[in-house]
Design a protein. Sequence first.
Lengths: 255, 262, 288
Amino acid sequence: MKAIRATMRAAVTDAWANRSAFWTQLAAMALNDIVWILFWVLFFGKVGTVAGWDRTRVLLLLAMVTTGAGVVLGLLSNARRIGQLLVNGGLDAALALPVRTLPYLLVRRVDAVNLGDVAFGIGLFLVACHPTPERAALYVLGATAGALVLVGFLVLVGSLAFFTGRSEAGDLGFQAVILLASYPVDIFSGATKALLYTAIPAAFVSAVPARLVDHVTVGDLVALIGAAAVFVALAVGTFSIGIRRYTSNSLWTRA
Amino acid sequence: MTTARTWAPVAVRSAARRAARDPGGLAVSAAFYAIVASVLSTLWRTATHSHGGVIAGYTAVQLTWYFYFAEAAVTALNPRQIEITGDDIASGAVAVDMLRPASVVGMRIATEFGRCLPRLGVCTVIGSVLAWLISGAPPRPVALLLAVPALLLAVLCNLAAQHAVAGSAFWVRDARSAWFLYQKLVFLLGAMLIPIEALPLWLHRIAEVLPFVTMAYVPARLAAGHVEPQLLLLQLGWLAVLMVAAVTVFDAGERRLQVVGG
Amino acid sequence: MRDITFSVEPGERVAYIGPNGAGKSTSIKMLTGILHPTSGSATVLGRLPWRERRALTRQIGTLFGQRSQLWFELTPRETFRMLGAIYDIDGPRLRTRVGELGALLDADELFDEPVRSLSLGQRMRCELAACLLHEPSVLFLDEPTIGLDLLAKQRFRELLVRLNGERATTIFLTSHDVSDIEQVAERVIVINHGQVIYDDRVAAMRRELLATKVVEVALSAPVTLAPMQGVIVAAATSSALQLVVDTACRPVRDVLDALLGKADVTDITVTDPPLEQVIAEIYERPRT
């Protein structure tokens, strides 16, 4: 634990050290997110409501996904890179240290760009989503759970590289889940919708946490926490099996 | 300088061939395209349910074809093209291009266009199949035929504009922030996320006079079944302007490079 | 990998070499716990590396020339602080240790500069400090001098020898640079085709394997020598001659006598064959 904290502190210092890049990246990301608000404002300006979602609800969704994803991609930024780290040998450096590999890899790198998302998300919530103390607490809970689902999912698909030798599944999974979590889940129907509650848990990253802020139901709460637990467990399990496979395999050696 | 007529087709062909030989990369681009296009078309189609089936003059079927074609036009390009070009300029790698007896920017655009072609082809085919499965036949097949050259022109206009923007790296060290802004302008004003007819009137007017409409709106509108061949002329006009802009920026930049040093 | 068997005593300085594809990296990965073999065993400091990775990594140090332990934007001292937490070294002990290493490696003034502003040679000294923080008894180095200039390489090699002398740290080094082998190692293990094909003292390597000498003469006028058994003319111009002498069948003395008698010699050099040649010949030995 001490090692993980120290590593994270070093990662933050590292990202912070290049000050001008830090702020420009942060600003760029915030600007990027503002454009999304513009899109939804224009969209609902024309459309009014879609599948039971109106502008207010979608802005809450946006706040939720940018905060949760921002935390994961900003602070645990190697979660999206597990596949790449495998393929380019970055794993060996971690294996040379007396630390538990997965936690160390996750905190090893901080991406300043995505911290802009977190700031944006919180700002949006405070400005446009009627922040009361209860709602704020639910927001924090929802974003945390959503972040856990996301990090679990990313590590899971990234770990597929242990078995396929290629990192593409991880990259695609990452793009897909973020994209799908940025849109109101109820526009989908049938099989697609079911997919977003299971294999690609985009609904649990944004829609379900956002629903909780508006209206707490036991069903949603249990489902969200359950999803977080399931995906974290799957991630840890798959990664461990993958590491065992990696260390018995000479796929990546260059003599 | 050897003329573009000699080297351009060769550059395009060889780049296309090389890109086509990367089935993994193509598959990933195609998968990503399918997801983005499907999400957007689903969003807009669902929106028509609460609007008597029509939004901004488009029916659900039309919107489906619209978005599959709009996305194909944009995802065919490497999303980080401005960044890459900017980096090449900032690092001086562009100097290598300057040693060849051909226009630097022309060569780059031709090569990049070649690389886009396999992606564009694959995405258009997949998009058409998906659109047909989801919403049925294309509203006006004639218009769809026009949409194909429109796609090619859309990609060229986009590339030319991106190179004009990236050329700022000759003066400003960092073109990275430019690509963020550029991409969003294409999304909003190029009608990749919203048909321009759905924009508030004042924004609609602005979008009409900017080049971004050539990059996604034109092929999308045609695919949605509107037989408006004059849109192709619009693209050609803008293409000429954007090419001149790109060449001017690069020429000035190269001259600066020669004076200031790499 | 076919059959690699060797053992290294504490305090030894061993060079582990072989052509590309011989299995060097694979062996090091097995010894450091990153890979485990399909059959066979290895113990490092009494532990099975792949089974006791975390325990072992507390006692060994690894320096891979192409991979940096130091964080680019941070100063080495800040990286040391993080490594201190990872290796569970308490504050005072860490401070003492960093001070010692600064003196030993002559790098004290570098520890507070951001790594990105250090030259490669300076960085490598700080890398060495990083992998010695936890006072490992064995140090594994993979191509540590790659990319360094001559002076920096020299310095680095001296540091390794000093480390071994003062702290009896066992040094296990792979390198393609022959001078690394000559100046750092006492013993060399050569592998090829997944097998050990040579394992002996560095001094013996030269002496035993190639009983040849290279004789170079500068001449003021061209000369042709009568062919002598055991002497090959490697190069001949109008003003210089290079001969390779198989001292097993022709003593160098004979060659020198012949040259000085017949030719107008302005300069003579007699040298051992370059170690590269020796090693290349070993690499070419057929599989047993």
